[in-house]
Design a protein around this ligand. Structure first.
Ligand SMILES: [Zn+2]
Length: 116
C-alpha cells in the first residue's frame, strides 16, 4: 500500500508547516507517470487526516501527463504511463514531465492565535 505511505507523508508535511491551523483544502500534483494512483491517495486521505487539522479538508488532484519523443522515429506523443513505448515499437523514448509528486497548495482557516 504505497499510496498510504505517500498520503501519510503529505499530511505530515502539511501539519509540520501549518501546525494547528485548520486546513480546508489541499491540492496535489500527481503526474500520470509518477506510478501513484490518485484514487488510492484520495481514499487514504480520509483515513490519514482523521483526527488531524486536515480532517474534512477538500482534496484536489492535478494529473499532468508527460511529453514523449521517440529517439528512433522522432514521433512525439503524450506520455501518460510509467512505461512508455512509441507506436513504432521503440522504447528508447525521451520523456519530459508527468512524473511530479508534490503539494501544489494548501488552504487554511486563520486561527485567532496567529493574529497576535
Ligand atoms: Zn518511434
Amino acid at each position: 500500500m504505497h499510496e498510504l505511505a505517500i498520503t501519510q507523508s503529505v499530511v505530515d508535511a502539511v501539519v509540520e508547516r501549518t501546525g494547528p491551523a485548520r486546513v480546508t483544502a489541499v491540492r496535489l500534483v500527481i503526474g500520470r507517470r509518477s506510478g501513484v494512483v490518485p484514487e488510492s491517495v484520495r481514499f487514504c486521505f480520509d483515513l490519514v487526516t482523521a483526527g488531524t487539522p486536515l480532517a474534512g479538508a477538500a482534496l484536489m488532484i492535478d494529473e499532468p501527463a508527460g511529453r514523449a519523443r521517440c529517439r528512433r522515429c522522432a514521433a512525439e506523443f503524450v506520455a501518460d504511463d510509467v512505461l512508455v513505448l512509441c507506436g513504432c515499437g521503440c522504447a528508447d523514448v525521451a520523456v519530459d514531465g508527468g512524473d511530479d509528486l508534490r503539494i501544489a497548495s494548501v488552504s487554511l482557516v486563520p486561527t485567532a492565535a496567529e493574529a497576535s
